[in-house]
Design a protein around this ligand. Structure first.
Ligand code: BGC
Length: 410
């Protein structure tokens, strides 16, 4: 196979971000409250603070992305800002996000808007979050109120980002565990009540969007885990796949598209997820360096919902060596290209992430194409930004041989 990737006509080519991770001072959100409540302990001790100050600096971020050649930008709106108190909507914040939509279009970036990316208003969390009886109703009301933001010039909306992660981490909150302990505990079950509520909330949002803005193509983005089974782990892997992945993918049946988010793989034994094998190359999140994850994830989703077009809404690597980011992304894009050659309907690719940002408790895992100085907020693009962005204009990208690169990677 050749080592280039030709982007088909109309293929979406962008970078992704999320409001809480880049905006800064998201003081009315549940995550901000948890950052300051001691729920995040030892290893995840950093608070989000100003993060990248993108709430004010979004024009600069968009200028950079468009300048590198990207044609698309995925960002999220913050429910906690739009609805700071129950039923009290801020016209100014709605206007703020509307300006971002217009700003993106002016720069030649098509916005893909996420309505919920992990955080909720503090008041929503305090009244029981997704487990509250009113949750679905309240989310629907928020989506309806936010409709002026996407009334025009938005073609794609992601209702909820990684609902399976939200359901998976619901018990973490209850047990006040830290994310790292939870991930290594191997007991990655999903909270059932949260799962049911999120699927209903998604369906409600789809209904609202189709009624108010029928031009919008609506879907949601699921974290697609790649389970590699070790002998004896077959039943456990099947259970994990079913409860914390497939149920969310199948819920997308009938949507306009489904978002695939892929980073690595997980080995599963009889008791659950196993630690990353000794000697495996790791990234700054401690995950295995595994570019093949994207191709595998795309094929899993195509098998589950063959009629639903796929958009890769997140894929990337937490890495300080940008050469390795390019190698990883090349490997991932080869998997994407091969899946398309095999006839799978993939409509776009958004890299995670545009900026080095707040990785849910820590600034250490740097996923960005662009570095951000935490004090001055000066943006410094990395070579990967130019390499990846250029394909948006040239419609073609040279993929570095993953094998060759990995030899030089320690
Ligand atoms: C999330 C992002 C996160 C990224 C890397 C996804 O789970 O949607 O918010 O930063 O993966 O962990």
């Amino acid at each position: 196979m050749s080592t280039s990737f030709q982007l088909p006509e109309g293929f979406l080519w962008g970078a992704s971000t999320a409001a809480h991770q880049i905006e800064g001072m998201n003081v009315n959100s549940d995550f901000w409250a948890h950052e300051h409540s001691g729920l995040l302990t030892q290893r995840f001790r950093e608070v989000s603070g100003d993060t990248c100050d993108s709430y004010h600096r979004w024009p600069e971020d968009m200028d950079l992305l468009a300048g590198f050649g990207f044609t698309d930008y995925r960002f999220s709106i913050e429910w906690a800002r739009v609805e700071p108190a129950p039923g009290e909507f801020s016209n100014a914040e709605i206007a703020h996000y509307r300006r971002m939509v217009e700003g993106a279009i002016e720069r030649g970036l098509r916005p893909l808007l996420t309505l919920h990316h992990f955080t909720v208003p503090r008041w929503f969390d305090e009244q029981g979050g997704w487990e509250s009886e009113e949750a679905v109703e309240l989310f629907g009301r928020f989506v309806e109120a936010a409709a002026p933001i996407f009334a025009s010039n938005v073609d794609h909306i992601c209702t909820i980002n990684e609902p399976n992660m939200v359901a998976r981490f619901a018990p973490v909150r209850k047990a006040a565990l830290v994310r790292s302990d939870w991930e290594q505990s191997g007991t990655a079950g999903s909270d059932e009540a949260t799962t049911v509520a999120l699927i209903k909330a998604h369906r409600r949002a789809v209904e609202v969007i189709r009624r108010l803005t029928p031009h919008v193509k609506v879907g949601w983005s699921v974290a697609i885990a790649n389970y590699h089974v070790v002998p004896g782990g077959e039943a456990k892997a099947a259970e994990m796949a079913s409860d914390s992945r497939d149920v969310f993918v199948l819920a997308a049946d009938g949507d306009d598209w489904i978002g695939v988010q892929a980073y690595t793989r997980a080995f599963v034994g009889p008791a659950g997820q196993l630690p990353v094998p000794e000697g495996a190359q790791k990234t700054l999140t401690g995950w295995e360096y595994y570019p093949q994850a994207l191709g595998e994830s795309i094929r899993t989703v195509a098998r589950l919902v063959p009629e639903t077009p796929i958009i890769v809404t997140e894929n990337g690597i937490a890495e300080s060596d940008d050469t390795r980011r390019i190698a990883y992304t090349s490997g991932a894009l080869k998997g994407l290209r091969d899946a398309m050659v095999d006839g799978i309907d993939v409509r776009g690719y958004y890299h995670w992430s545009a900026l080095d940002n707040y990785e849910w408790g820590s600034f250490v895992p740097t996923f960005g194409l662009i570095a951000v100085d935490r004090k001055t907020f000066v943006r410094t693009p990395k070579p990967s930004a130019a390499w990846l962005g250029a394909a948006g204009q040239s419609r073609s990208i040279d993929l570095i041989s993953h094998d060759v690169m990995s030899e030089s990677i320690v």
